[in-house]
Write a protein that binds this ligand. Structure first.
Ligand SMILES: NC(=O)c1ccc[n+]([C@@H]2O[C@H](COP(=O)([O-])OP(=O)(O)OC[C@H]3O[C@@H](n4cnc5c(N)ncnc54)[C@H](OP(=O)(O)O)[C@@H]3O)[C@@H](O)[C@H]2O)c1
Length: 339
């Protein structure tokens, strides 16, 4: 099969940072699907895994954790899917990724693809939708269904990125929250509003004074989707008594959450690969979650977050997507289609 893979970890300008290869098609394990990949999306995790280091892989490593495709084979214990099903999924960080014509993936972390989307439109969603959904509903425990008599507020820091673009929609349209997003440029500000943000403030200026100037002394929830070290102090100041902060971005230093004590407020981490990495008992929740997101897309509640499509899936185009993501100003998602 065709694959984009690496054996050395090099900067993107190096022609061997990502290489077009021919590799054997994998064989599904008992609960695996064998999927023919039709479209992929690229995420910052791909660039973090590819980041330059001395390690050399004995076997080619395939990156990529967002795909849409068709099931072409099933393991002996598969019960949720059949050959021919159209699927979308993020996959498992501890296994080979999706930048290849065929991939094996555990059925418990795969969803049925939204019928109303092309493979490219669907590939944009799984990793970011799982992340945003788990942040809101599993970690911060945002109440569902929406409670119009007591409308709660969320601050989403990094609103126009891949995760922000779906988090804004889930918060505003599914959870019924009042959404304040952050963006720093006219085009990213406009994108946040288009996807459902009620108000937008600038993450390169003082967040506390901007949010309070809008009339919100506190917000019930803060979602940190970029530079936790930069934004943690403002998040702790703005979070409401008994509120919650969730961050998806690692810090280089320990984080002091003592300021949250008097407010009885919570700080939680989200790592969307936790369930697959640790094979948690409730790993199948990601299957249900992706099916629910697909239903909401097909009902017109949620929309795809694709902003750019590259064709075909090859090393040059994957490298181009990595360069753009590393610049840190992506709006929505970059998708690649077809081998
Ligand atoms: N833990 C997990 O499970 C998980 C899951 C997914 C992603 N992540 C991590 O979360 C981060 C975001 O992922 P993503 O896919 O949304 O990234 P992305 O699409 O690359 O995010 C780009 C956005 O970040 C905004 N931004 C740039 N600098 C910022 C700053 N200092 N403060 C706030 N926003 C800033 C930009 O807005 P402007 O251009 O307007 O400045 C841009 O729209 C990455 O570090 C990724 O690795 C973690």
């Amino acid at each position: 099969m065709k694959a984009v893979a690496l054996t050395r970890y090099l900067p993107t300008y190096h022609p061997e940072s990502l290489i077009d290869m021919k590799l054997p098609t994998p064989t599904p394990g008992p609960r695996d699907l064998l999927v023919r990949v039709e479209a992929i999306a690229v995420n910052p995790v791909d660039t973090k895994v590819r980041a330059p280091k001395d390690k050399i892989e004995p076997e080619p490593r395939i990156l990529g954790w967002d795909a849409a495709g068709t099931v072409v084979g099933v393991g002996s214990e598969v019960s949720l899917f059949q050959v021919g099903d159209a699927v979308y999924y993020a996959g498992d960080l501890t296994r080979q990724g999706c930048n290849s014509e065929f991939q094996v993936v555990d059925e418990r972390i795969v969803g049925h693809k939204p019928k109303s989307l092309t493979p490219g439109g669907a590939a944009a969603l799984p990793l970011t939708a799982i992340t945003a959904w788990e942040c809101l509903f599993d970690r911060m425990m945002v109440k569902m269904p929406p409670q119009p008599e007591y409308r709660q507020t969320i601050l989403i820091i990094g609103g126009a990125g891949g995760v922000g673009s779906i988090a804004i929609q889930l918060a505003a349209k599914v959870a019924g929250l009042h959404v304040i997003a952050t963006a720093s440029r006219p085009e990213s500000t406009a994108w946040c509003r288009e996807f459902g943000a009620h108000e937008v403030v600038n993450h390169h200026q003082n967040l506390v004074s901007q949010v309070q100037a809008l009339g919100h002394e506190f917000v019930n929830y803060v979602l940190i989707l970029n530079d936790t070290e930069q934004h943690a102090a403002a998040a702790m100041q703005l979070v409401a008594p008994q509120g919650a902060i969730c961050s998806i971005v690692e810090t280089t230093k320990p984080l002091d959450i003592a300021p949250l004590k008097n407010k009885s407020a919570r700080f939680c981490w989200e790592m969307m690969f936790t369930r697959s990495m640790y094979k948690t008992d409730d790993m199948i929740q990601q299957h249900y979650l992706l099916n629910e997101v697909a239903k909401l897309v097909d009902q017109g509640v949620l929309r795809t977050t694709v902003n750019q499509t590259l064709q075909p899936i090859n090393a040059a185009n994957v490298r181009q997507a990595h360069v753009q993501l590393e610049a840190g100003h992506t709006i929505g998602k970059i998708v690649l289609e077809g081998f």
